[in-house]
Write a protein that binds this ligand. Sequence first.
Ligand SMILES: [Zn+2]
Ligand SMILES: [Zn+2]
Length: 97
Amino acid sequence: MATDRSELTSYEWRQLRARTLAASDVCIVCGHGAADTADHVIPVSKGGPRLDPDNVAPIHGVAGCRVCLRKCNSEKGDRPLSEVVQLRTSVDWFAGP
Ligand SMILES: [Zn+2]
Ligand SMILES: [Zn+2]
């Protein structure tokens, strides 16, 4: 995973990540709630905009998902979301409390 660590700790990124998680905590990879970080839908390394809210979405981080136990962020790596999620399922059933 060729992630630029400075990007992950920048002030702008932390602000954007916080706003993203405040709006939704439904993981873009597995569709479960309680996502604890955010990731780029189109990786920056693939030309995705780094600080565009439309390109940032909630995802399960290093702790993984408590429901399906996937490590969504490391599973995704720096691939585009469309390569990771072949089958989009409805997430409405897990709207959460
Ligand atoms: Zn997930
Ligand atoms: Zn899950």
